[in-house]
Write a protein that binds this ligand. Structure first.
Ligand SMILES: NC(=O)c1ccc[n+]([C@@H]2O[C@H](COP(=O)([O-])OP(=O)(O)OC[C@H]3O[C@@H](n4cnc5c(N)ncnc54)[C@H](O)[C@@H]3O)[C@@H](O)[C@H]2O)c1
Length: 343
């Protein structure tokens, strides 16, 4: 769609994800002008003004929204601030790309969805993994019947943790009142969203979330058992204490197995899978290249969504659905019970 003028863009929160994904994504686009950011911390102002020429910094987002007449805002604050910042930006007439998890309570997600509807603006959630080549191909293949009737999905996302090394502020991820959870919410929300997106809605969850190695007040490892509406089962492992290992997803169906190892590419296995000596495995490398995309492609996709050239699928409803499973996982871990969603 032909664009009349450049979109004016602002960032709320100018930490690691703002500087690593949103800022560079907008800066390289000729469809936008990255005009301002809001962050209470002085060091972020120094980093941002050095990095993005001409950008104006504000200590609070209310002043930025009032002064700058923005068209688009990215919300890149810690989790507990997502809802208030998103609603304020929507009420100021902006389209909003909000980082994951969408919020920390379902009431907040409902208020955000209502605010977007009222403002007639778009609200997208930063489910980066949907923008990656591997998961996207897995979804296509599953839908095209490439592995027959799917019965199992596994996702493993684990690394060494967000601090030190990533986040500007350890509190963003490690202080429970701000993060509202640990590795399960941070990494798990991506995994849960992929499960919802690829296999269909999750209908029940059983989980164990533990702090195994880090000296922090939130979980650093978690395992989730899932049941899907289509009858399939799934399991998710996430963690913040892992040395390099498998990162990716696996889908198993009546006619084949699809292995998406983010570092190695995408493989389809067929043949027989018996335990006996006659077992024959055939495989086909569908894509030998490591999974690509994500942060590199998310902002361009978002701009396509804003301009009406792409469908909004990482929407508030998807953000709410993923959070519902994550909150149920914490409830399950706390109570030792299986939680049925929507019950
Ligand atoms: N999509 C992804 O792959 C991905 C990756 C990393 C982080 N995230 C998400 O991005 C968000 C931020 O994480 P981060 O890694 O950038 O953390 P960070 O600690 O590096 O940055 C957070 C920034 O927000 C600022 N801030 C806090 N309260 C604010 C407020 N009320 N208004 C404006 N600014 C405020 C802080 O000063 C800090 O600079 C989190 O919700 C996290 O889950 C997403």
């Amino acid at each position: 769609m032909a664009q009349q003028r450049k979109y004016r863009v602002g960032l709320i929160g100018a930490g690691a994800i703002a500087q690593g994904c949103h800022g560079p994504g907008y800066a390289k686009s000729d469809r936008v002008e990255l005009v301002a950011f809001a962050d209470p911390v002085k060091a972020r102002h120094d980093e941002m003004t050095e990095r993005f020429e001409g950008i104006r910094g504000y200590k609070d987002y209310a002043s930025m929204l009032q002064e700058e007449q923005l068209d688009i805002v990215s919300v890149c604050t810690p989790n507990a601030a997502h809802a208030a910042a998103t609603i304020a930006a929507l009420e100021a007439g902006c389209h909003v790309l909000c980082e994951k998890p969408m919020a920390v309570t379902l009431d907040e997600t409902d208020a955000m969805i209502a605010a977007a509807r009222k403002a007639r603006k778009k609200l997208m959630i930063g489910f980066t993994h949907r923008m990656m080549t591997g998961p996207e191909k897995c979804r296509e293949m599953l839908r095209a019947g490439g592995i027959g009737k799917p019965f199992m999905m596994r996702v493993r996302f684990a690394h060494g943790g967000p601090y030190p090394g990533w986040a500007k502020d350890p509190d963003t991820f490690y202080r429970p009142e701000i993060s509202a959870g640990g590795a399960m919410l941070d990494m798990g929300i991506h995994a849960i969203d992929l499960c919802n997106w690829i296999m269909g809605p999750v209908v029940s969850v059983t989980a164990t979330c533990k702090t195994l190695l880090k000296r922090i007040k939130v979980d650093d490892n978690a395992v989730l058992l899932l049941e899907f509406k289509n009858g399939a089962l799934g399991y998710i492992e996430v963690g913040w204490t892992s040395k390099p290992g498998f990162t990716g997803l696996e889908l198993y169906g009546s006619e084949g197995s699809l292995i998406c190892d983010y570092l190695k590419g995408l493989t389809l296995f067929g043949g027989k899978a018996s335990a006996g000596q006659d077992s024959v495995a055939e495989w086909q490398t569908l894509d030998p290249t490591p999974t690509q995309g994500g942060w590199d492609t998310e902002i361009e996709h978002w701009l396509d969504v804003v301009s009406g050239d792409a469908r909004l699928h990482m929407d508030g409803k998807a953000g709410r659905a993923a959070l519902e499973v994550a909150l149920a996982a914490y409830e399950s871990s706390r109570t030792g019970r299986r939680i049925t969603l929507g019950a």
